[in-house]
Ligand binder design. Structure first.
Ligand SMILES: NC(=O)c1ccc[n+]([C@@H]2O[C@H](COP(=O)([O-])OP(=O)(O)OC[C@H]3O[C@@H](n4cnc5c(N)ncnc54)[C@H](O)[C@@H]3O)[C@@H](O)[C@H]2O)c1
Length: 336
């Protein structure tokens, strides 16, 4: 499938920005439009080096007028825009339903009216729910059993996307990516939180006994996986994207402390997240069958990510100084 004018929603966030950088290198002929509301998680610094090569629109995917304007003459839409942090969805789920569910619906309607060739929904492995106590790797035909408000809102969005494919003949594909890390990630998520805390000699908060396992995937690999599904995925299908890794929170903390030469005593076990899912694991065979090949092992990806945060101290110090970050640290971690 070929595209010319491509709309990336949420392109000023973590994975969206990584995809924008990748797409500009790989598809230099594309006209790239980024639609982003610039919530607390959106950061124009993530796009600073490419601003002259994209059309940036500040706007809300849940606004029919702003969505329609962004999608005018578009061939494809990639919907990265979301409220993305599970802990925030436990504190206040309202914005998650508004953006992740309602926003996706508004965008689907705008895509239908614009006559786009393809709509790609960026979803998550969290829609499958907890695999704790099993050896199972989720496959795309598995039922969706979301357990957090965040995961529920992403699952709701998926159903709307598939329903638009069936009911209206819109060409839709879905990616279900695993936990992602890499440059430009907002330092509320575990890996950048731990790296930036360690760089400031602050404790690394581990939920419960720190045994929860995730399949950590580098953002570059997540971007190439999305691109493979965009170009070669079958309409109406979902595709797992994961790195075939199983890494616990304790292992993440220890790897980061070792990389930075910081003491193991910075690990701090805190009260568990309510309803915490202890294991996610996806089988990415279907995406691999499209020719998707990952570049990063966890060791190499983490080493490069630690270096990125070491060299971009101004980026994360500015983010951590903002009230949205301070409030989360206060409302969530100070109580634990
Ligand atoms: N981070 C992960 O580990 C992970 C894993 C799998 C899937 N995902 C999914 O990938 C996507 C991107 O995640 P991320 O970690 O980059 O998120 P992020 O929080 O870093 O970025 C989200 C971006 O969306 C923008 N946004 C939020 N609400 C908006 C709205 N109503 N209209 C327009 N823009 C809006 C924000 O300003 C921000 O730039 C999300 O859909 C998320 O569910 C994330």
């Amino acid at each position: 499938m070929n595209f010319k004018r491509v709309v990336i929603t949420g392109g000023a966030g973590f994975i969206g920005a990584n995809y924008v950088h990748y797409a500009l290198e790989t598809h230099p002929d594309w006209e790239l439009v980024v639609l982003d509301k610039l919530t607390y998680a959106g950061n124009l610094e993530n796009l600073e080096t490419v601003m002259s090569r994209i059309e940036f629109l500040q706007g809300d995917i849940a606004s029919p007028a702003e969505a329609s304007q962004a999608l005018r003459d578009a061939d494809a839409v990639l919907n990265f825009a979301a409220e993305s942090h599970v802990d925030r969805s436990l504190l206040d789920p309202t914005a998650f339903v508004r953006t992740n569910v309602e926003g996706t619906l508004v965008l689907l309607e705008a895509a239908r009216q614009a006559g786009v060739k393809r709509f790609l929904q960026v979803s998550t492995d969290e829609v499958y729910g907890d695999l704790h106590g099993t050896q199972h790797h989720s496959v795309e035909a598995d039922p969706l059993r979301p357990r957090s408000p965040y995961a529920a809102s992403k699952a709701g969005a998926e159903h709307l996307v598939l329903a638009h494919g069936i009911s209206h003949g819109l060409d839709v594909v879905i990616t279900r990516g695993s936990n992602t890390y890499g440059p430009y990630q907002y330092p509320e998520k575990i890996i950048p939180l731990f790296i930036t805390n360690a760089l400031q000699d602050q404790p690394l908060p581990l939920y419960g006994d720190g045994s929860a396992v995730r399949d950590y995937m580098h953002a570059y690999d997540h971007a190439t996986g999305i691109d493979a599904v965009l170009h070669r995925g079958v309409s109406g299908e979902a595709y797992n994207l994961g790195a075939r890794e199983q890494i616990s929170g304790v292992q993440v903390a220890e790897a980061i402390l070792a990389a930075l030469g910081k003491p193991a005593s910075l690990k701090k076990f805190v009260a568990d997240r309510p309803g915490h899912d202890y294991r996610y694991s996806v089988d990415p065979s279907r995406a691999e069958a499209l020719g998707w090949v990952r570049r990063y092992s966890f060791e190499q990806g983490l080493a490069e990510t630690v270096e990125w945060y070491r060299h971009n101290r101004g980026w994360w110090e500015r983010v951590r100084q903002k009230k949205e970050h301070q409030n989360l640290m206060q409302d969530w971690y100070a109580q634990r």
